[in-house]
Design a protein around this ligand. Structure first.
Ligand SMILES: Cc1cc2nc3c(=O)[nH]c(=O)nc-3n(C[C@H](O)[C@H](O)[C@H](O)COP(=O)(O)OP(=O)(O)OC[C@H]3O[C@@H](n4cnc5c(N)ncnc54)[C@H](O)[C@@H]3O)c2cc1C
Length: 488
């Protein structure tokens, strides 16, 4: 039995903790904040409840697979509902496309926009399903140790898709700009532009249209609570308000942590905190990646978020609503090519209280608004206010209702908060993007090359950003550790 210290309590750390405790180790999780969950924490205020970070529950099979590894089901911990509609996309006033809960219904919506598009969609989805079977059932569960992991009889047949992009493949088949935007939307979760995301990642389209969008009662935080409960059932000790200040290494072995000035011994250290920050806790000679390395990576966007309590029920919106009424390319350039605050931003809004009465007092609405941004921008209160006004007036106009006078309160979260709360590199929201050159074995490694018993997990490592990949990352790192213990 090893004494294993885990830094952070996001999805990846909690997953790793569960697997390592199941393998019989003494596991302690150290979280700097006063609650667990990392980017998936929860905000409660005046009877309103908001997920601070993730709000889309996609790939339910990955969650099920995680809990089944412990002979559990998600239903032992939380209640899931499949959303219908899954979401609505607003392209302008009275210009919306609603994505419902089956491919049949989505085909009807496509056909209304572009004649013949439903046939193309079925073909596209069949490829997407094929990719999903290869990627999510198998490839993403490989630890990124060697390039050979990616070479299987099935992936060899798909090699062309690694060198084409989602954007190219979608545009080969579809001409209607709205349908193109909808089909390019799912890969935004992977953090890069669709024109930089390998076509093989169309498995995200299967996650979207094939599997659908789910909602766990009380929000995504109930998944964190489920994992915390499971970890504790397995014997994990979880400590909050424990900011790790240093990882102590002697002769290339991590021997412990310094937390709030106290030294604690460990046999193995795992970090689910942002990779760049974790390396800053090591002496420079034990760091694997230079500042130049990090500055050359393609990071997933940061975000400006607002959590708003409205004193009335809103109309003409869905639980998940996307506002694509401006030029996507221009906003994407401001995120990836020439980082700056966008002139006219796309934004996403979520109203969990449409589905879940726990999220707001009766006849009130809880609203979350998210504008994707380049990491590292100057973040000041005046700019946040300016953008709130910008998106609220567009929101009022497009959804045809007055909302500004019904705001009871609003809280914001942006780049400076990502840095202060999570030690996030340049305030990135969801890690390192999945571009071709940042896929699998090309991502920062789960195991340190310089410190023998030091491991990393989470959205900056393998397999990548998002809640399902973070769960998988925890499993992968625990597997590597266990393999190393049993072979040494
Ligand atoms: C706004 C937003 C929206 C998102 N939307 C979605 C979505 O809808 N669906 C989806 O699947 N994914 C979404 N994501 C991505 C998803 O939330 C993340 O990929 C996932 O939660 C990352 O988990 P993690 O374990 O890698 O890291 P984190 O959650 O960041 O956990 C790292 C933890 O380490 C802690 N830590 C840092 N430094 C220290 C230290 N020195 N000592 C101790 N602890 C430390 C941090 O406090 C944090 O708790 C979203 C993310 C954001 C931010």
């Amino acid at each position: 039995m090893k004494n294993i210290s885990i830094i952070g309590s996001g999805f990846s750390s909690l997953a790793a903790a569960c697997y390592l405790a199941q393998a019989g180790h003494k596991v302690t999780v150290f979280e700097k904040n006063n609650t667990v969950g990392g980017r998936a924490r929860q905000l409660t205020r005046d009877g309103f409840t908001f997920d601070i970070g993730p709000s889309w529950y996609w790939m339910p099979d990955v969650f099920e697979r995680f809990f089944s590894d412990f002979n559990k089901k998600t239903t032992h911990y939380y209640k899931l509902t499949k959303l219908n509609p899954a979401y609505t996309v607003f392209f302008g006033k009275d210009e919306t496309i609603t994505i419902e809960d089956t491919l049949e219904k989505i085909c009807i919506a496509f056909e209304k926009e572009e004649s013949g598009s439903s046939i193309k969609l079925r073909k596209f989805m069949s490829e997407a399903l094929d990719n999903y079977q290869i990627a999510i059932k198998d490839l993403v569960y490989r630890p990124g140790v060697s390039p050979l992991e990616l070479i299987t009889p099935l992936t060899v047949k798909k090699i062309g898709q690694f060198f084409s992009t989602v954007s190219k493949e979608v545009r080969k088949e579809f001409k209607n700009p709205k349908l193109i935007s909808i089909l390019e939307f799912p890969v935004l979760f992977l953090g890069a532009k669709p024109s930089k995301t390998p076509a093989f990642y169309s498995f995200m389209n299967y996650a979207d249209f094939g599997l659908g969008t789910f909602y766990p009662e009380n929000g995504m935080y109930s998944v964190i609570q489920a994992m915390q409960a499971l970890a504790e059932e397995l014997g994990v000790t979880i400590k909050t308000n424990q900011k790790v200040e240093k990882i102590v290494v002697e002769d290339r072995n991590a021997v412990g942590l310094v937390i709030n000035g106290d030294s604690l011994a460990s046999d193995i250290v795992v970090s689910g905190a942002d990779y760049h920050h974790t390396e800053s806790l090591l002496e420079p000679k034990y760091r694997q990646y230079s500042e130049a390395y990090w500055s050359r990576r393609t990071f997933a966007p940061s975000a400006l978020l607002f959590y708003v309590g409205f004193s009335k029920k809103l109309k003409n919106v869905s639980h998940h609503s996307l506002f694509f009424d401006v030029d996507f390319e221009a906003h994407a350039r401001d995120i990836y090519d020439a980082p700056q605050w966008p002139e006219a931003p796309l934004f996403y809004a979520s109203f969990p209280s449409i589905t879940d009465t726990h999220c707001a007092p009766a006849d009130n609405e809880a609203g979350i608004f998210l504008i994707p941004l380049a990491p590292g921008l100057t973040d000041i209160q005046e700019i946040r206010e300016e953008y709130f006004e910008k998106i609220m007036s567009r929101f009022e106009n497009i959804t045809n209702q007055e909302v500004n006078n019904y705001v009871i309160f609003k809280e914001s979260f942006c780049i400076n908060d990502f840095i202060a709360d999570y030690n996030s590199y340049k305030g990135n929201a969801y890690g390192l993007a999945n571009t071709l050159m940042q896929t699998a074995f090309l991502r920062p490694k789960l195991k340190s090359k310089k410190v023998r018993n030091m491991f990393f997990t989470g959205q900056l490592s393998v397999p990548g950003p998002g809640v399902p990949p973070s769960l998988i990352s925890g499993k992968l790192v625990a597997g590597l550790i266990q393999k190393e213990i049993t072979t040494s």
